[in-house]
Design a protein around this ligand. Structure first.
Ligand SMILES: Cc1cc2nc3c(=O)[nH]c(=O)nc-3n(C[C@H](O)[C@H](O)[C@H](O)COP(=O)(O)OP(=O)(O)OC[C@H]3O[C@@H](n4cnc5c(N)ncnc54)[C@H](O)[C@@H]3O)c2cc1C
Length: 422
């Protein structure tokens, strides 16, 4: 079975590694970018995805770069604590949660893939432009040279998997009337700032509410070892409904410090001075908060979708990369265990599409950050007794519900069988 992977991001790399691990060696990855650059800012690998990377033999690599997050604390816009929950090993999972630089995560997946391909290349600078199915049961895909030279190269195989991100060509071709991603009116500014460790040194915090929220977590083990922190932050602000969408989601648009600081001027807390942190960032990226509606099927016989191409979601609950990693593991497993490719794609679609659709919808409904919304609604000027605003049981129920939906309830994860085929 020859598998063509379009897109060498986190999903595509993990999928190729999972196929190799399961004994399927005929896999070719085609990536638009001319070189695999370690781009991005912070990302979370939740315990269910950390389990999968552990089973791929990558736990040591991940531990060398990422921070094993110990707790998540929610605050109001006044810096008043609403909820604290342990995360990763501290929460009883058998696997840690890692907060890591996206580029470093991609880098370690890339190095592992290069080594496990044993001399066979990852095809960089190859942008998928067209594909189709040629009976009986063969697919073809055409890749243009990203530098613009020559006619597209045609590759044939038994399966094409679109791992080509939020602006997926595969998805656009299969669903030509879908249009661009949907914006919810929230602009996000993201950056990293070198600073002093705050709170436990391994704490992720969220402060404010859905329309004016800051999310902060440290992401570098190397800086931690030097007594510092590489602090990843995301500021989210809902602009007026009649405003145009910021530049399209391209992950690389930068903006000015003043623009990013403005919505968070008052967020000066005793545990973290947000405006100063933003001012000290190296670069500030600007993105619209977008997703897409869940699809009716990913099953196109010998063509399917994975990761952001299949289910782009709001970055609420830190789930985007983790869900792509799980997709990759499930699809590789099904391809190796089912009698036909068609049966594997049907099984993959049945398991992963409804599960990820539920996460997309939960994230639209504010996900686990609902407790911040409730406090903002009921006590916009602050509170002296939190229990009078929101009952402890209500807080516990919100957190547990999201874990179940996103598939990282500790007991379920700790006891479910492995997805490895070996
Ligand atoms: C440059 C970049 C920076 C990012 N930074 C962050 C971040 O800081 N924080 C965060 O939470 N998420 C970030 N993301 C998104 C995050 O990586 C994904 O949400 C998640 O990891 C799911 O991974 P994915 O592999 O499905 O998609 P992606 O990681 O988006 O990977 C898709 C890959 O496909 C390639 N590609 C696109 N079109 C084609 C084509 N036609 N042919 C061949 N290859 C193609 C892209 O270059 C990319 O490498 C970033 C994505 C990118 C591409």
């Amino acid at each position: 079975m020859k598998v063509i992977v379009a897109g060498g991001g986190i999903g595509g790399m993990t999928f190729a590694l999972s196929l190799l691990d399961a004994g399927c060696r005929d896999v070719e990855v085609f990536e638009s970018a001319p070189v695999i650059k370690e781009l991005g800012v912070g990302i979370n690998v939740l315990p269910h995805a950390a389990r999968e990377l552990t089973e791929l033999g990558l736990l040591n690599d991940l531990s060398a770069v990422g921070i094993p997050t110990e707790e998540l604390v929610y605050y109001s816009k006044h810096g008043q604590r609403i909820w604290r929950e342990p995360r990763g090993l501290a929460a009883g999972y058998r696997w840690p949660q890692f907060s890591v630089h996206r580029g470093e995560l991609l880098g370690l997946l890339h190095r592992a893939l290069v080594s496990r391909l044993e001399g066979r290349p990852i095809h960089t600078g190859r942008h998928l432009v067209a594909f189709g199915e040629r009976s009986p049961g063969r697919v073809w895909a055409e890749f243009a040279d990203s530098a613009g030279g020559g006619a597209p190269e045609r590759i044939e195989g038994d399966l094409l998997v679109g791992c080509d991100g939020i602006h997926s060509v595969v998805r656009q071709t299969l669903y030509p009337n879908e249009g661009p991603p949907k914006w919810n009116g929230i602009t996000m500014w993201r950056g990293t700032t070198v600073g002093k460790p705050y709170l436990s040194g391994r704490t992720m915090i969220m402060a404010g509410h859905f329309h004016r929220r800051i999310v902060v977590y440290p992401i570098s083990k190397r800086l931690e070892d030097r007594g510092q922190a590489l602090i990843n932050w995301v500021g989210e602000f809902k602009t007026a409904d009649d405003q145009a969408m910021p530049p399209r989601q391209d992950w690389q648009t930068t903006t000015t410090v003043d623009e990013a600081v403005e919505p968070f001027r008052s967020y000066t807390f005793d545990f973290l001075d947000v405006p100063t942190m933003i001012r000290r960032a190296e670069a500030i990226y600007k993105y619209p908060m977008v997703d897409r509606d869940p699809l009716p099927t990913w099953n196109f016989g010998r063509i399917t979708l994975l990761g952001d191409a299949a289910h782009p979601m709001y970055p609420v609950g830190s789930n985007g990369a983790s869900q792509a990693i799980i997709d990759a593991r499930v699809l590789a497993r099904e391809l190796v265990l089912r009698p036909t490719i068609e049966a594997a794609i049907t099984a993959y679609d049945a398991q992963r599409r409804p599960a990820t659709a539920e996460v997309v919808r939960a994230n639209r409904g504010v996900g686990p950050e609902q407790c911040m919304e409730i406090v903002e609604e009921r006590a916009p000027d602050g509170f002296s007794n939190l229990d009078a605003i929101i009952a402890p049981q209500e807080l516990t129920a919100i957190s547990e519900r999201y874990r179940r939906i996103a598939g990282f309830d500790p007991e379920t994860l700790n006891t479910r069988p492995s997805l490895s085929v070996r």
